[in-house]
Write a protein that binds this ligand. Structure first.
Ligand code: LMR
Length: 399
């Protein structure tokens, strides 16, 4: 039976990890997968995580199963972190949170839930979006549609195109929105535009589904959650997929959460029972380690402060690299304007490079970039920015 099976295409992002690993060039540069890197190009374990892990090792008394929805305390702390302490959505009991294996696990559980409970609903994804969004939703049997998002000329958000698409989408559909640090473009709506988007989404009767993988990587925790707060209006319903991969550096521990906000506490209980049924047939219950680390850090004032500092450090380094890259490109190609890189937020920017230019960078210079032109700004450091900008300007100059 297996002889008839054809090879799948390599993943657009994770597939490049192997190619990079096998490249023998000592000066190779990796700007592909969304993983934070420090000045030396490494992805160290956060110090706060190391302390929390030591405490866990000491204090853990059982390896018994977690509940289907995960660690209760982790779920409560997730609600506080994302909505802010004392938010009505939390105090009213109309939010139900489930610990999931990473943000992708949350997306898949939500997609299964949507397919089972709203079988005719489509999910609308931004153009462009993270390439795994449509794949995860399609794999769960949900039809995927697309709304315009990126304005190539301004390197910002095409707000008119987006609002027009929202106003024309079928009532009862779901719209997937990136809560901050849009992946792949780095272009986020302004606070005022988020208000317009939420008005349009609710006026049209769509269910907002916020993918929130980069809290803390934009401008800081408070300001990064402003889109979510905009959507958490009195009585409003929404879904939130969140991830601790980036902000706690817990990539391989697979720790994330799905939060469902319903109109009232009674409805939250009913919906929770359905989400749990979905989880049970998917992975039964989540793994403990990553979520226990997050719990340990968020309940301990000292550790939490340390983590806050480490998160700020990561964000500030990336923003510093945005500045340095923009300045260096301005020296190399003074006629071209790269200031949009400095305005964009999060790990990614849409460089504007074509797939052919990306291929040339890989083949000639061992510089690895996702073929849609997305660069992981965290992969830039003072040591590689010069050769990177030389190579990019030679490729762009030739184009
Ligand atoms: C990315 O976009 O590079 C990250 O979210 C990692 C992934 O799973 O694709």
């Amino acid at each position: 039976m297996f002889d008839a099976i054809q090879a799948a295409r390599a993943d657009a992002i994770l597939g490049l990890m192997d190619a990079f690993r096998n490249d023998a060039n000592p000066d190779k540069v990796n700007l592909t997968v969304g993983v934070y890197k420090d000045e030396t190009g490494g992805t160290p374990v956060l110090k706060s995580v190391k302390v929390a892990e030591a405490k866990l090792l000491e204090g853990e008394s059982s390896k018994g199963y977690l509940p289907i929805g995960g660690l209760g305390e982790f779920c409560d702390l997730t609600q506080d972190l994302y909505f802010g302490n004392g938010h009505e959505v939390v105090s009213s009991g109309r939010a139900a949170t489930f610990q999931t294996p990473g943000g992708t696990g949350a997306l898949r559980v939500a997609a299964d839930f949507i397919h089972q409970n709203f079988p005719t609903a489509s999910i609308w994804c931004s153009t462009p979006t993270w390439p795994n969004h449509p794949k995860v939703f399609t794999a769960a049997g949900v039809n995927v549609e697309h709304y315009p998002y990126f304005a190539a000329d301004s390197h910002g958000v095409n707000i008119e195109g987006m609002l027009d698409a929202i106003k024309a989408a079928p009532v009862g559909d779901v719209i997937c929105l990136h809560a901050c640090c849009h992946n792949p473009t780095g272009a986020d709506p302004s606070a005022e535009q988020w208000g317009q988007i939420a008005d349009a989404v609710y006026a049209r009767g769509l269910l907002p589904f916020l993918d929130f993988a980069y809290l803390g990587f934009g401008d800081g925790i408070d300001s990064d959650r402003s889109a979510l707060i905009e959507f958490a209006r009195p009585g409003a319903e929404l879904l939130v997929a969140s991830s601790y991969s980036k902000n706690f550096g817990l990539y391989r521990e697979r720790v994330g959460a799905l939060t469902v906000v319903t109109a009232d506490a009674a409805s939250a209980k009913t919906v929770a029972s359905q989400v749990k049924a979905t989880i049970r047939t998917n992975y039964s219950n989540p793994p403990s380690h990553g979520a226990s680390i997050v719990r340990e850090i968020l309940v301990d004032q000292v550790l939490r402060q340390q983590w806050d500092g480490e998160l700020s450090e990561m964000r500030e380094r990336i923003n510093g690299m945005r500045k340095l890259f923009t300045q260096t490109m301005a020296e190399r190609l003074p006629d071209r304007d790269f200031s949009f890189i400095e305005r964009q937020r999060g790990m990614f920017s849409y460089s504007g490079l074509t797939a052919d230019q990306v291929d040339t960078l890989r083949q000639k210079f061992s510089i690895y970039i996702v073929r849609d032109g997305r660069i992981n700004v965290a992969g830039i450091n003072p040591g590689n920015v010069g050769p990177l900008c030389d190579a990019m300007s030679s490729v762009l100059g030739a184009g």
